[in-house]
Design a protein around this ligand. Structure first.
Ligand code: SF4
Ligand code: SF4
Length: 461
């Protein structure tokens, strides 16, 4: 396997799980590019070989009709695909099963078991049947239970159901409540006795691995961005990793090569919260981990077929070369050059600017967050975090404000190098709000709303 591609897109959902984190599940599916264009843009030649695509919608993945031609196209190219689904959209699963039998060996499913919603909507039988259908057709699968407090009264019946219908207990995933997603304190304390004891009773390697890497900042050289990347398949926008900025639209000109470049030592996340994919596949080759299948399969129940098992047991370094010391150093220096420039070593005349978040959304906006991703002075880029003197908080190299993070000031004070041409790069999307930027007693009003999910706005001062 040459690369791992973590694919997402906006779509609605047919369930209403109480612990749902997807804040965009009411969005309509809106693919900017035709499925054939997407598939051609993800050819073996362009990606360097067969890759594993992990496809997960913001809501329910299989509510999108576009998924079927895209998945079939990727399989026909010679890729492998894993679809995460709540297992309730029988029609779409039927459509997915309608391709050549031999291709189905390269397709697997992660069925998220949202037990109370399945019971409430009388969809449990559909879920069970859909798992059985994909197994019968030769696909691999695993069942994952999002362990929320709401399920505690049903533990025995969930275990009984999975043993009876799928031959084994489900794997267990941790429900992450919104605060935790921001890299700070979560509502679920994994060390807390009852939660941990219940999770452990499932004897789930998936849970054990997530728990092992939970809140562990990664400081090793990470090949995410080169051996793996994150792709908005509805927009074509590529990120090196889940929390890094958008780097490129890979579908705007599919005759051009994709600019792969690793995160290196600059992991932007407080911890690797998708490590159950990225780390098990080996984006950090120096880190010893179980492989992708080992954390998902229930071997005695035969959830993964032998051919799929063989592919998914490999590590990315088996088909990629690790960098030498000099190349790693090169990435380190270029990633840190902006911080160095703003350090005392390179002291130069400074100017203060303030950015006041108004906690106000524009007419169509959904939220009031403000985020600055880059500052450019006379064509030299700086990491906003390295220029922040007061207020807001750093998120990787960016700075942000939102009204749900406790104890942060609305006003950010930035000390920027003097220069004639100043540019502030703001994130623009449906959730961004309004702010006032002040430079030398002059105010500039900024409105962060955009229809797109990953737009940017450049304020010239
Ligand atoms: S199935 Fe997933 S996306 Fe849908 S409501 Fe439940 S957690 Fe949210
Ligand atoms: S350590 Fe994890 S979160 Fe950080 S860059 Fe690598 S894959 Fe991404």
């Amino acid at each position: 396997m040459k690369r791992f591609i973590d694919v997402g897109f906006n779509c609605p959902c047919n369930l209403k799980c109480p612990y749902c984190l997807a804040d965009n599940i009411h969005a309509a599916v809106n693919f900017r590019y035709e499925p054939s264009h997407i598939v051609n843009g993800l050819s073996l030649e362009r990606l360097g070989g067969s890759c594993l695509f992990q496809i997960t919608g913001a809501g329910e993945t299989l509510l999108s009709t576009e998924v079927v031609p895209v998945v079939h196209g990727l399989l026909r190219q010679g890729h492998y695909v894993n679809i995460t689904t709540n297992g309730t959209v029988s029609k779409r699963i039927e459509e997915l099963m309608s391709c050549e039998t031999v291709l189905l060996e390269h397709l697997c499913f992660t069925f998220s078991l949202h037990y109370t919603e399945l019971m409430r909507l009388n969809l449990l039988n559909d879920f069970i049947e859909n798992v059985k259908v994909v197994k019968k057709k030769g696909c691999s699968f695993c069942i994952v239970l999002c362990l929320a407090d709401e399920y505690f009264p049903y533990m025995d019946e969930i275990k009984h159901l999975c043993q009876n219908e799928f031959g084994a207990l489900p794997q267990v995933d941790i429900v992450r409540y919104p605060l935790d997603l921001q890299g700070r304190q979560g509502n679920v304390d994994m060390v807390a006795g009852e939660y941990n004891a219940i999770a452990k009773s499932f004897d789930s390697p998936f849970y054990c691995f997530i728990r092992k890497i939970y809140k562990q900042k990664r400081r090793e050289f990470c090949y995410a961005g080169d051996w793996s990347f994150v792709l908005g398949i509805d927009t074509g926008l590529m990120r090196k990793c889940v929390e890094s900025g958008v780097s490129h639209n890979i579908f705007s000109d599919i005759s051009m090569p994709i600019p792969f470049a690793p995160m290196g030592y600059e992991c932007p996340s407080a911890y690797c919260n998708c490590g159950v994919n990225f780390l098990t596949l080996g984006v950090i080759p120096r880190m010893k981990t179980p492989n992708f299948v080992e954390v998902r399969d229930r071997e005695h129940a035969g959830w993964y077929t032998p051919p799929m098992k063989q592919v998914l047991s490999s590590k990315l370094k088996d088909n990629n070369s690790e960098y030498g010391l000099l190349k790693k150093l090169d990435y380190y220096i270029s990633a840190n050059i902006t911080t160095l420039r703003s350090s005392k070593l390179f002291k130069q005349p400074q100017t203060n600017i303030t950015v006041e978040a108004l906690d106000k959304r524009s007419e169509r906006g959904q939220f009031t967050e403000v985020k600055i991703t880059k500052i450019v002075i006379d064509n030299v880029a700086y990491a906003p975090c390295s220029l922040l003197r007061d207020g807001w908080y750093c998120d990787g190299s960016s700075i942000r404000w939102n009204n749900y993070t406790p104890n942060i000031e609305k006003t950010a004070v930035l000390e920027i190098p003097s220069g004639r041409k100043r540019e502030l790069y703001f994130s623009k999307n449906k959730w961004m709000g309004m702010a006032i930027v002040n430079l030398k007693n002059k105010d500039f009003l900024y409105d962060g709303y955009a229809d797109a999910d990953n737009d940017i706005f450049v304020l010239h001062l």
